[in-house]
Ligand binder design. Structure first.
Ligand code: 0L1
Ligand code: MG
Length: 258
């Protein structure tokens, strides 16, 4: 098996060239999830070294449907860097990506640090300044999204971009399990779901992340954004597409692809 830094270099090069590569587990031998997070760390460290700071985190594979599809029973996480943020009203420039996909998520903006092995959803909600409707923009560095669980962990959970909607909502008094979403692509209904699709409760998903980070001596910080996981399947996008996610109570988010 190659060193984590060498595996990370392959992913960084794929992103820079805009060309998908074969799964690392196919071309470089099998590696476990712990090693995969070391590769991810090296990918993210490279971005930070290039002046692209970490601004938050994301969870993936949080729905039972997606876990079954991937034959795993664990979610995964990755990191959001400043260059991934697409402001509300800005277009999603597809040429920046290899094979972009969009999926609707509930985003948490933290007002307090969160760390510890015993954090639960209630503590996540208490540490949250506001929740937002969000679009997670995925872009696997593996051709055709063909990967194993360790591969996609190494690839920073397919993280590529994110958009936060323009409406901030205090989660107090909201039951995010019941927050419905209607996903449309080019005016056509694509999927519907509710917040409970995300590990039973989007705040429980963030709590899982905090506990997972604690096993590595890490945590989340005030001011960071956390994408709690997709409520629906991701939809492929190309120039000209318009993605709209209508959330009950949280508002609507629209992304125009160029
Ligand atoms: O945000 C996510 O759910 C990423 C999960 C990784 C699998 C994928 O690329 O769909
Ligand atoms: Mg996602």
């Amino acid at each position: 098996m190659s060193e984590p830094a060498e595996l990370a270099a392959r992913l960084i090069e794929a992103a820079e060239k805009g060309a998908g590569i074969e799964a690392l587990t196919t071309t470089a031998g099998l590696f476990d999830v712990a090693t995969a997070y070391q590769v991810q760390d090296a990918v993210v460290a490279d971005r930070v070294a290039r002046g692209l700071p970490v601004v938050g985190a994301k969870l993936g594979l949080t729905s039972v449907a997606k876990q079954r599809q991937m034959k795993v029973d664990e979610p995964l996480y990755g990191w959001l860097t400043g260059d991934m943020a697409i402001d509300v009203g800005q277009p999603l420039r597809c040429s920046r990506f290899i094979q972009p996909r969009c999926e609707p998520e509930i985003a948490f903006l933290l007002r307090a640090d969160l760390e510890g092995r015993h954090i639960m959803a209630s503590q996540v909600l208490a540490a949250t300044a506001a929740v937002y409707p969000a679009i997670d923009v995925l872009d696997s560095r593996f051709a055709g999204y063909s990967f194993t669980h360790p591969d996609v962990v190494a690839d920073n959970a397919s993280g590529a971009g994110f958009v936060l909607g323009g409406q901030a909502t205090d989660p107090a008094g909201l039951d995010l399990r019941l927050t419905g979403v209607v996903l449309e692509k080019n005016g056509e209904l694509v999927a519907t779901a509710a917040g409970a699709a995300v590990l039973g409760h989007p705040a429980a998903s963030v709590a899982w992340l905090v506990r997972a980070l604690a096993t590595r001596g890490r945590g989340l910080h005030a001011g960071q954004v956390v994408l709690s996981g997709a409520l629906t399947e991701a939809v492929p996008v190309s120039p000209g597409d318009v993605i709209v996610a209508r959330f009950d109570r949280l508002g609507t988010i629209e992304v125009a692809c160029r």
